[in-house]
Design a protein around this ligand. Sequence first.
Ligand SMILES: [Cu+2]
Length: 501
Amino acid sequence: MAENISRRQMLGLTAATVGGVTALTAGARAGTAEQPGRYRPAAGSPRTENERPYWEESYSGGPIQVEPLPPGRPGKDYKPVVVPTGYTLPFKIVNGVKVFHVIAEEVDHAFDSGLRAKCWAYNGYVNSTMIEAVEGERVRIYVTNRLPIATSIHWHGIYLPNGMDGVAGLTQPYIKPGETAKYEWTLRQHGTFMFHSHHDEMTQMGMGLIGMFIIHPRQPAPEYHVDRDFAIMLSEWDIPVGTARPNTLEMTDFNTLTMNGKVFPSTGPLVCKTGDKVRIRLGNLGAMDHHPIHIHGHKFRITATDGDDIPLSAQWPETTVLVAVGQTRTIEFVADAPGDWAFHCHMTHHVMNQMGHEFPNMVGVKPGDLDERVRPLLPGYMTMGQTGMDMGRMAEVMPMPANSIPMKGAVGPFGDYISMGGMFTIIKVRDRLASYDKDPGWYQHPRGTVALKASAADLARDGIDVHAPTPSAADGTANGSAPRGGSQGEPGQTRMPGHAH
Ligand SMILES: [Cu+2]
C-alpha cells in the first residue's frame, strides 16, 4: 500500500496530521485552564547569567580570520606559569606573530633516579613541554618530526580553523619522518589546554608525546592574578622491569604513574609562601585512567575546565578533583596552612610504582624465609604487609633489578620512609622563603603539633588502656549489642573508663 501513495497524497497526509496535532494541543491547553488540578509542566526559565547566554558560540561568535592583537610578553602581559620539572617552550616574534618550534624525537628519559626508558618527547621533555601564549595573538608553530614514524599534533580544546586541528589523515596529511609542518592561527580564547600527537595515539601519546598549552586572558579579571601558577600533566605508563621502552600495548595494568613525566620524589615540590593565592592547572592525557587528585590541609575551588572558566556561581569547594582522560581541571586556593602537604592521586595503585600484581595476597601469612627463597626466581619479590619494614624501605635496602623502581619513595624528616611513589608531590607552604625556586627542605613543626608516640602520662591522664580488648563485631558485642551485665560487661565502660567519670 505504501507504494501506492503519491507524493501529493503524502503531503496532504502530513498537513492533516500536523493540523490534527495543532488542534489537539490547543484543546489540551484549554482543558488545563478549566481543570486546575491537572499537572501543568513548568515553563523553563531562561538560563542566562550576567547576560551570558546559554547557547554560547564556541568560536567566540566571530569569523576565523580576525585581526591579531600584539604578542604578549612574559612578566609584562602575563605572569609565567611554572611547570615543575618541565620546560616552557621559547618563542620569537616575527612581524607580530609568535613563532614556536616543536621537535618530536626519541629521548632517554629519567622517570626517577632509579628508572630510565627510551621515550618520545617534544623538545626533549617527556610530557612536560608547555606552550604559553596570550589570547588574541597569532601563533605560528613549526613541528619537526625526528621520529621514525609519521606524526601530527592536535591542539586540544583550542578553537582554530579545521585544517589546523592536527588529526592526521582527516584534517591534514601526515608529517612524515624528517618533515616539518607549519600550523598558524589566531588565539580566540584563554584557558588551560593541551597538545598531543593525533596519529597512532595509543603508541605516540603512550610514548610521551603530550604537552600543555596555556593561553592567558588578554584582559584578566582581578581574580586572575595569583602568586603561584603551576601546570601538571598526568600520565601513566607500563614499563616492565628489565625493558628499555614503555609498553604502549598495555590496556589496564600501568606501573609508572607520572606528574610531568616524573614519579615521586622526582616530581619536585610546589613551593608557596603562607597566604599565597595558588592556581594548579591539571591535565590528563594518559591512556586509560582518570585521576582523582587530592590536596591535604586545604580546600580548593575548581575554577576552569578546557571548556572555559566556570562562573563563580557554579564553582564548588573540593579537596579532590577528578581529572578524566582528555580533560584539564584548574583549581585555585589560598595556601594559608604552613607545612608539607601531600598532593596526589587518590587511587592507591597510582601512588605505587613498578610493583607486580601477580602475587598472592600474603597479608596474615608468616613468610619465614620465603622472600629470600623466592627472590632468585622472582627478582625483587617481597611479601607485603609482613615485616616491620615498609615496602619503600625494602626497595632501598634490598637488591633490586637494575633500572627498576618496584616501590620507591623517599626518606622523610623523621627518618622513616614515605611509602608513596608515582603520582605524588608535596605542596610546601612556608611563612618565610628565600626563593620559590629552591626546595625549602622539610617543614619545621611548631612544638607540640606533631603526632608523636603517646607518653605514659598522657595515657594515664586520659584513662587509655592500651591492653583493653577491642570490641568485636563478629560476636555481636560492639555498638551496645552486648548482653548487659554479661561476662564481657558494658563495652563503653570497659573500653573507655574516662567516659564513666
Ligand atoms: Cu590516578
